[in-house]
Write a protein that binds this ligand. Structure first.
Ligand SMILES: Cc1cc2nc3c(=O)[nH]c(=O)nc-3n(C[C@H](O)[C@H](O)[C@H](O)COP(=O)(O)OP(=O)(O)OC[C@H]3O[C@@H](n4cnc5c(N)ncnc54)[C@H](O)[C@@H]3O)c2cc1C
Length: 494
């Protein structure tokens, strides 16, 4: 491997889309690395046919410049869906898994199964050395981090509880089997993860009694059956204050409550810009006062999922309540006793942690994130939810300098970008990164394109001095651009 190789760490949806963008826009060799041997990440590895996308098929193309790509793929594989329907996530996983080979058949994508624990910039200034947990190393020109969300924070200290009674990873493959054997399950969290778990259990022969608890007790609202409502343009211009945004949304909702989805969706294309235009204190106020409301209206359940939930609620198989957990303890019948802050105490067979990704990047169990923070190659964003990045996604180090070699995309940027975990945003970031890296070649490429468009090592020849200088100038210009944009971001935050 060499300077003209780009490593993509993480082969979930973000890593897949980043690899595809690199294959489309650059001539680089791409090494796609993941600890998991299979599957395009957490969301799309499910095998449950009732786990659907919560966005309709027409808006889920992985290629921003080819909005019909998913619909074309579906019909070419014999699946007949209306463009506004919600397809199973497992099917979307197959679409993602096939995408790299469909885009590029010339062998520039190399898959590696391994756990990256550190990135070491080379002394010579050219490239990086990736260190793996098993002691292996890989030399590459640049790297893109597509590490996904952090695992949920632990519910409480529950080391004394039987391990099989507390599910900390709701996405683990064996979770559903474990839960189906239970008579009673309590899900901590009432968002889309909780919806997935409840729906998975609705298929069991004798479903366990399910209770879902969160501080607000709100379930995600439902998507509409049939085509989506048109997006409303709320006319918010030029960095409005939070109060103005909230007042405008309320007015629009009051005008026609039945079209509330169009109001929320109308904000979406501008949500990153609106978020970045807020003062830090306003962002904190949004998190405190409006986040829960926003989440259930913005992150809606597919119509069929919402119908299943409604049936479960009517049948009494599912109960949703508001409350915060005071403690977890061993129950008299071998289960877990959950005590709420209001004093209510109930014993359940199993407790599932569906509280969502941890919101403190410093607590991440991911060794690579820990190493990047410890070595100062990265620093937390202003909310400590993810990593600080420049406008182009370059990692910002402890001193505030953007990296010329390491980039991030997807959920790692959600603290800064607000919306950074859905396919639409990930696809756009991946595409922009692919185009950026094509314009700014690695510091000292040691490969050249061969006749078939792929790259092959160039033995015994180095690029001419003039070429090298041109590249250095290009990199300098990129660095200047990056420091300007990161300074602008810092000013905006202040
Ligand atoms: C249940 C669910 C449903 C969703 N539904 C939709 C939807 O309908 N529409 C939509 O637009 N979005 C949806 N999303 C959001 C979005 O698509 C996902 O958040 C997205 O898949 C994130 O992908 P990712 O690749 O960033 O993360 P992940 O899927 O978590 O992948 C990260 C990968 O990185 C690997 N990794 C991490 N660290 C290392 C390391 N150090 N070395 C090697 N490998 C490493 C992990 O093993 C993992 O495979 C959904 C999300 C969830 C969870």
């Amino acid at each position: 491997m060499n300077d003209h190789t780009i490593a993509v760490v993480g082969a979930g949806a973000s890593g897949t889309l980043a690899s595809v963008a690199l294959l489309r826009h650059t001539g680089a060799h791409v090494v796609l690395i993941d600890t998991a041997p299979t599957g395009p990440g957490v969301a799309y590895s499910t095998t449950c046919p009732r786990h659907q996308l919560n966005v309709s098929a027409c808006s889920m193309s992985a290629l921003p410049d080819e909005p019909d790509d998913l619909l074309t793929w579906l019909s070419s594989h014999g699946h007949s869906y209306e463009s506004w329907e919600y397809i199973p996530r497992a099917l979307y996983g197959s679409y993602l898994a096939e995408l790299p080979a469909r885009i590029h058949r010339r062998g520039r994508l190399h898959r590696v199964h391994g756990h990256v624990v550190a990135l070491r910039p080379q002394r010579s200034g050219s490239g990086l050395c990736l260190a793996f947990a098993d002691g292996g190393e890989l030399h590459v020109g640049r790297a893109i981090l597509a590490l996904g969300n952090s695992a949920p924070s632990r519910l409480t200290e529950h080391s004394s509880l039987p391990r099989d009674r507390v599910v900390d990873d709701p996405w683990a493959h064996h979770t559903q089997c474990r839960l189906r054997a239970a008579r009673s399950v309590v899900i901590v969290g009432t968002g889309l993860t909780a919806v997935d778990i409840a729906i998975g259990l609705s298929r069991a022969g004798t479903p366990p009694a399910v209770t879902a608890i969160s501080r607000h007790g709100l379930l995600p609202r439902a998507q509409r059956h049939g085509p989506a409502e048109p997006d409303r343009d709320l006319g918010l211009r030029a960095n409005p204050k939070l109060d103005r945004i909230v007042a405008t949304v309320k007015e629009a909702l009051a005008e026609d409550r039945s079209r509330w989805r169009g109001v929320i969706d109308g904000l979406r294309p501008r949500s990153q810009e609106l978020w970045q235009g807020l003062e830090h204190s306003e962002q904190l106020r949004f998190e405190r006062d409006h986040r829960a409301w926003w989440n259930v209206h913005r992150h809606r359940a597919a119509p069929e999922s919402a119908d299943t939930l409604a049936d479960m609620l009517v049948q009494g198989v599912l109960r949703v309540r508001e409350g915060s957990i005071a403690s977890l303890g061993s129950g008299a019948d071998g289960g877990v006793t959950l005590t709420l802050a209001d004093g209510e105490q109930t014993e359940y067979d199993v407790v599932v942690n569906a509280t969502g990704p941890s919101t403190r990047i410093q607590d991440s169990a991911n060794a690579l994130i820990g190493n990047l923070l410890a070595t100062g190659q990265a620093r937390p964003d202003a909310h400590s939810v993810g990593l600080a990045t420049s406008a182009t996604g370059a990692l910002i180090d402890r001193e505030g300098c953007p990296s010329a070699l390491v980039y991030a995309l997807g959920p790692l940027r959600r603290g800064e970008l607000f919306e950074s975990a859905a396919i639409r945003e990930i696809g756009m970031q991946a595409d922009a990164l692919g185009r950026l890296l094509a314009r700014t070649p690695a510091s000292a490429p040691s490969t050249s394109p061969s006749a078939d468009g792929s790259s092959s090592p160039r033995q015994g020849r180095s690029p001419s001095t003039a070429k090298r200088q041109r590249r250095l100038q290009l990199i300098k210009r990129l660095l200047q651009l990056d420091s300007r944009t990161s300074r602008a971001q810092q000013r905006a935050r202040r």
